[in-house]
Design a binder for this molecule. Sequence first.
Ligand SMILES: [Zn+2]
Length: 99
Amino acid sequence: METFPNELRLGDVVDDYCIKCKRITNHSIVSIVNGEVAKVRCRSCYHDHNYLKAQIPPSKKDLKKQELFNAVLSSVDSAAPGVQAEEAAAAETAKKKKK
Ligand SMILES: [Zn+2]
């Protein structure tokens, strides 16, 4: 039987971040979609969840920080001079040149 060296199979053990254990634990693969691990089950607490590729999801605190950051960014974009303002100015100049 031919197999790819990296081919993953149901029941294989992979490292992933368990939301319940709040740490990287051993997980069994329970679902594979298009050759990619879709769902895994924590071997410590048997919690099933989507495979996170061992990426620790951002905490709610981090998400809130990100939200604030984005809000600041968008206000900066519209008000303060920056790269985008410079680009707009360049576009304006280009427009004038065309005329
Ligand atoms: Zn767990």
